[in-house]
Design a protein around this ligand. Structure first.
Ligand code: SF4
Ligand code: SF4
Length: 751
């Protein structure tokens, strides 16, 4: 609690034209009794900022509340260093620009926000930066084109790199190719591919230590101090690294699952990868008889863009097939080549590669669907194509069928591996026969994950990265490419998304820069995105911990391990400061110096609740700071209006909302509570992966509390909002307020 707070109110940017700022200052002086309280017409200008700095330097004030624009802007102007608490009150976007000017409700809203900002500043403590010894080495896992590029990117930027490759030589899949996709003009022929220079540059770089025929047997710790054990031929070496780039590439989709396309029926149905390897080693032949094929049919999207197999486009198969067409044509100018596609995807200048292949009179490309591949006459294959441009079912007899199977990320599903290991243990040690039988069934359904570990993390939540439904270990593909759900570990190349080698090289640079950024931020004790620069971290009052494990289970980033009794153990550098553990903890023993159950509860208490008046309810909006809060700012920026009865409090994530805030608000007479969070589901936008989902689940249990308070459950609503939905927000907010009006005043008013 500080008693040297200064309050500075800006009347610029139209604020003074909507809010009586002098009256607001008088209210502040009367109610809050600050050490200083001034109105300034242009607070973010040099004179305004110097005024505040002068007060701080003279000791007239020790902390400041600035009522002006949204805290999302002018962060530099109002940065008074890590030793000054600076609380921003959003008077511009969320009062002056979205409410009726000089209205008593607008003025009351401004007063409430000033009091709430004051309450928050009173409860905010300064965070001391952590100062631990940080390793600045980067670990790169995978020695293909992505891994090699990442290693060189890191080393050339001055960071030491440890590279681990499981194969005996560097180069990965690219090193096995006959040629590559053309990346330079005229884009009409396959390009020579040579990784020798890159692999050599890695091998001789003084800052890179490369291990081949190697695997990671253990990776423990956290960003800045990961301890990795690398095993080569039974011998172990130990290294401390600061961050990790996962560049483990891809594997082809399992063609044995494509029985309808004839794979396994005859040796003359092969995959594109098999054709590539054959071409790299010698002539292309029919595996059944060793003779050169006179006719070849290529099947595109073999398993890709198909919900039964791979739901996504593998991005490079069309280009790889064009290369294969060129191989066949080069080997036999008279060969007949058929290519059946759903779409030919050759973006940008790659279109010239496609045009060049289609120009040959014996290359026949058609839109269509291959519905079956069977044994035909004279030892050939009979391929049935439907829906082609010719409009009728076509039957083609060919010597060789090549399936363009898709790219599957070479990842390991950490959560599934953990579930398998738990089930294996329970299948033997379960307390009852039923428990053991259930566990045995779980083992059976998860057995494909056995032995798939890559990183061998010692995290409580599993030994590898959590993956999305298609196996990609991304954590937020919309805002944070390269990001995985394990802080300090970044995915690059085809393990992150299907891509060609040119994209993979760019990806390697991107992920390596993120890894370096994470190391440097850890060295300063700062959080990485989305709360980049935040020095706070969760503090656990463990004396009151009941070992319920909610925090360890719900932390989306595996930041919490447990001791043998089940008490949480924070790995602070893994933490993204989302506050989900704080929202989860039923004992309310988790807090940050600048964000806590008590701090938000004090802000709620600072809201003036009007007397019983059906026309003037009071509605609390808890808005996620990542999407909903900026969208509410955008409402003001577009000069749209919403009901003046709302009071908005930004939260780090809806997952950080502790149910006690809702109980507090309703028991104080607030008529309704609206939670605005990110979108749920597979195309999720939640910046902390599953915060909105957790909040939704927790709210389902709140009805019990409401019933206990004899309140209508409709007084509580959770809505999903994305950042670009400012246009819909006033209607959403107003509809909720109307609903609350219809329900009538909260019976707890006045208590
Ligand atoms: S703040 Fe978020 S990331 Fe950090 S420990 Fe809590 S739940 Fe995990
Ligand atoms: S949620 Fe709270 S009580 Fe439960 S284990 Fe975590 S800190 Fe302890």
């Amino acid at each position: 609690m500080t008693n040297d707070l200064g309050v500075y109110i800006c009347s610029g940017c139209g604020i003074g034209e909507a809010v009586d700022t002098e009256k607001l200052a008088a209210f502040g002086r009367r109610q809050l009794k600050p050490a200083a309280c001034q109105v300034h017409p242009f607070l973010c200008g040099t004179e305004g900022v110097e005024l505040i700095k002068g007060h701080l330097a003279s000791g007239a004030v020790g902390a400041v509340v600035i009522a002006g624009c949204t805290p999302r802007t002018k962060t530099r102007a109002f940065d008074f260093g890590p030793k000054v608490v600076c609380e921003r009150v959003n008077l511009r976007e969320q009062v002056a620009w979205c409410q009726r000017p000089h209205d008593e409700d607008t003025q009351a809203m401004a007063e409430d926000y000033l009091r709430m900002g004051w309450a928050k500043a009173q409860k905010t403590e300064l965070s001391e930066p952590l100062a631990e010894l940080i390793s600045k080495k980067v670990l790169v896992v995978g020695g293909g084109i992505t891994g090699l590029t990442a290693a060189l990117a890191g080393a050339d930027a001055g960071y030491e790199v440890v590279l681990v490759e499981k194969q005996p030589r560097l180069g990965g899949f690219m090193a096995t190719l006959k040629t590559g996709i053309p990346h330079h003009p005229p884009y009409t022929k396959p390009a020579a591919v040579s990784l020798t220079d890159t692999a050599l540059a890695v091998a001789v770089h003084p800052k890179i230590q490369a291990f081949t025929s190697a695997h990671i047997s253990k990776l423990e710790g956290q960003p800045g101090s990961f301890d990795v054990t690398i095993e080569v031929g039974g011998a172990e070496s130990h290294h401390r690294v600061g961050a990790v780039v996962l560049a483990t590439g891809w594997k082809p989709y399992d063609a044995t699952r494509l029985k309808h396309l004839g794979y396994g029926l005859t040796p003359d149905v092969i995959t594109g990868v098999e054709l590539e390897q054959m071409a790299a080693a010698g002539p292309i032949v029919r595996p059944s008889n060793g003779q050169a094929p006179r006719s070849v049919l290529f099947v595109q999207c073999a398993g890709s863009r198909d919900k039964e197999h791979l739901a996504y486009c593998s991005s490079v198969c069309c280009l790889a097939t064009l290369k294969h067409v060129a191989y066949v044509r080069e080997q036999n100018p008279d060969a007949k080549v058929y290519l059946v596609y759903k779409d030919m995807r050759t973006p940008g200048l790659y279109e010239q590669f496609s045009d060049a292949a289609q120009a040959h009179p014996l290359n026949f490309f058609t839109f269509g669907e291959v519905v079956s591949v069977e044994k035909g006459s004279s030892d050939r294959l009979a391929v049935t194509v439907q829906g082609s441009v010719l409009g009728e079912t076509i039957l083609v007899q060919v010597d060789l069928v090549v399936l363009a199977t898709g790219m599957v990320p070479n990842s390991a599903d950490g959560e599934a591996i953990r579930a398998l290991k738990d089930a294996e243990l329970k299948a033997v040690r379960g307390e009852s026969q039923t428990q053991r039988a259930d566990a045995a069934r779980a083992v059976e359904s998860l057995k494909e994950h056995r032995g798939t570990e890559i990183l061998n993390l010692t995290y409580r939540q599993g030994p590898d990265l959590p993956v999305l439904s298609q196996g990609f270990p991304d954590s937020h593909f919309v805002c944070f490419p390269y990001e995985t759900r394990r802080t300090g570990i970044y995915a690059a190349g085809a393990v992150r998304a299907p891509m060609d080698s040119a994209q993979a090289e760019q990806d390697a640079w991107g992920a390596t820069m993120k890894a370096i950024q994470s190391i440097e931020m850890a060295a300063r004790g700062q959080a990485v995105h989305p709360r980049a620069g935040d020095l706070s971290y969760p503090i656990f009052q463990l004396q009151r911990c009941t070992q319920c494990k909610r925090c360890t289970e719900e932390c989306p980033f595996g930041s919490l391990d447990e001791d043998e009794k089940g008490t949480p153990r924070l790995n602070v550098y893994r933490c993204r400061r989302c506050g989900i553990c704080m929202g989860a903890c039923p004992e309310r023993i988790v807090s940050f110096k600048n964000y806590s159950v008590d701090l938000i509860a004090s802000m709620i208490k600072a809201i003036e609740v009007p007397e019983e008046d059906e026309e003037k309810p009071r509605v609390l909006v808890l808005a996620c700071e990542n999407d909903a809060y900026p969208a509410l700012d955008a409402v003001g920026q577009r000069r749209l209006q919403y009901d003046p009865s709302v009071r908005i409090i930004p939260v780090r994530c809806l997952g950080s909302v502790n149910i006690v805030w809702i109980a507090d608000a309703l028991s104080r007479g607030i008529d309704g509570v609206l939670l605005l969070g990110c979108k749920l589901g597979e195309d999720y936008q939640c910046h902390f992966v599953k915060g909105s989902e957790l909040a939704k689940r927790r709210l389902e249990n709140v009805s019990e509390t409401l019933q206990r308070l004899q309140l209508e459950p409709e007084r509580l609503q959770l809505s999903e909002v994305s950042i670009d939905e400012a246009g819909n927000l006033p209607a959403l907010v107003n509809t909720f307020v109307e609903k609350v009006r219809e329900i009538g005043p909260n019976p707890y008013k006045g208590f």
